[in-house]
Design a protein around this ligand. Structure first.
Ligand code: NAD
Length: 266
């Protein structure tokens, strides 16, 4: 039985992680945390997802529980995740990170923590999106040079970072496959007299509206034809199940920074 703790347990992803763990007979949620000011502090974890009481309540941090836990799953915000990584290092526990929106400096800090503990970091835990990354590499190698490449993403109105971590992951997969660095070719916004599109650029467009769970398209357009590769998530359970799969995979791993591609053996 894998014993997990969930940081951000009352959030959109936190609740889906609780449900995904509930459906898994090899996984038990030992603890869940929320921000100190949350009205969910002290609420039974079962009540959060309308099931029977678990006799475990939402805590304001994971300090007390960490020694009984195998892996922590964290879908919160960048600074909270970094604070939890420090805790994990102290208690020698692995972490599955779902949070997106890290700065380059914060990503370097995650790499440093991963020298001491095993960490999975993925902008998207859906199996379909990780397969999409592979398809994009292939498309970039075959038609990337002669195509104009654009990435379009859409998410719900509450999302705070843009472009999405998944869109950036798609950009990295395409740029790397073509021997480029995303930072050198990315165009994140266009406004006014922008001039013509340059050949090498990868453009990003972002939509924020309603309750869209997550939609991503990569467009490879030449004169006379274009290919669009699209993934649409319609339920957050797909991310939650993937994160649980990553936690099970991580349990006996050595320290290191792993991706969902590693988890899936892609
Ligand atoms: P959310 O706002 O619904 O949930 C985040 C939760 O973290 C909130 O309930 C918040 O109160 C809680 N929180 C804040 N401070 C905390 C603290 N100190 N300790 C514990 N909990 C704290 O957001 P969400 O939609 O669940 O997304 C969370 C993150 O996961 C975002 O960065 C989002 O982009 C990312 N995300 C990643 C994937 C993926 O597959 N990698 C999928 C969906 C969302």
């Amino acid at each position: 039985m894998l014993k997990i703790a969930i940081a951000g347990v009352a959030g959109r992803m936190g609740q889906n992680l609780l449900r995904a763990a509930e459906q898994h007979d090899q996984v038990e949620v030992i603890a869940g945390s929320e921000r100190e000011s949350s009205s969910f502090i002290g609420v039974d974890l079962g009540e959060l997802i309308h099931t029977e009481p678990k006799q475990r309540v939402v805590e304001k941090d994971l300090n007390k529980a960490l020694d009984q836990v195998d892996v922590i799953i964290d879908f919160t915000s960048p600074q909270v995740t970094l604070d939890n990584l420090a805790l994990c290092k102290e208690h020698n526990k692995g972490m599955v990170i779902g949070t997106t929106g890290f700065s380059d400096q914060q990503l370097e800090m995650i790499e440093e923590f991963a020298q001491y503990i095993p960490v999975v970091l993925a902008p998207n835990y859906s199996v379909g999106v990780n397969l999409l990354f592979k398809l994009l590499e292939q498309a970039a190698k075959v038609i990337g040079e002669e195509s104009d490449i654009e990435i379009i993403e859409a998410h719900h109105r509450h999302k705070v970072d843009a472009p999405s971590g998944t869109a950036l992951g798609m950009g990295h997969a395409i740029a790397n496959a073509m021997g480029n660095k995303l930072d050198d070719v990315a165009v994140y916004a266009r406004e006014g007299i922008t001039g013509e599109r340059s050949k090498d650029e990868i453009g990003f467009a972002t939509l924020r509206a309603g309750d869209i769970v997550g939609e991503h398209t990569a467009l490879f357009a030449d004169i006379g034809e274009r290919i669009e590769i699209t993934h649409k998530a319609s339920d957050r359970m797909t991310f939650a199940k993937g994160a649980i799969r990553a936690a099970r995979w991580l349990e006996h791993k050595e320290a290191g920074l792993y991706s969902m591609q590693d988890v899936l053996g892609l």
